[in-house]
Ligand binder design. Sequence first.
Ligand code: PEP
Length: 251
Amino acid sequence: MRTPLVAGNWKMNGSRTMADTLMAGIAAGLTDRPNVDVVVCPPFVLVPQCREQANGTGISVGGQNLGSQESGAFTGEVAADMLLDFGCEYVIVGHSERRTLYGETDEVVAAKARVASEKGLVPIICIGETLEEREGGNTEVVVTRQLSAILEIAGTAIFPQALIAYEPVWAIGTGLTASDAQAQEVHALVREQLAAQDAQAALATRILYGGSVKPDNAAGLFAQADIDGGLIGGASLKAQDFLGIIGAARS
Ligand code: PEP
């Protein structure tokens, strides 16, 4: 019913040579076209090259961020139209590194999700709690607050096209992963909150898990009822690992 999706977030990693090798490696392992949507999100400058290499492979390309404005005097920003012009279909919005290192608030993230959706990009909207928030028993409060801003500012109508990525901040790049049950608990909560607005859209919305997903823990996570694939950081930089995770999503 919900086609699983696995997206690779390359972060600020890569070069033309690296992208060439990685894209070729992923494409070589996808010859039988699994029933999984596969997305790579390279740094902006590598988007055109990755887009070209993705042709005919079934791999989609996404940005890692976008500006919330249409165009103009916003030095360093990249607009939704630019991503579309270069063949992107997806864009990651509100990654915890954007929130914590670059001060993106819930409102900014929601505005970006709205612009992306209005322009026809599929936003992969990241939410998730820090370790301190989890240990303080505030996971539900934080995730609810982040999601509420999205629903209020971007609106319910962005779903089910838009995706949510639940990424506990304490699990990103740390090697720590939420247990299958911990992840499922939050995913179910997210779907419940979407359902309170629009039951049909909630059923069709894909909710990804992110946070140290590897080939050996992906199957357990993806087997959970409300986990529809993953947003993958470190393991998306190695074709074999990324393919192993895609393989876990298809089974
Ligand atoms: C991420 O950057 O979104 C992420 C989940 O990273 P990692 O898989 O390396 O934890």
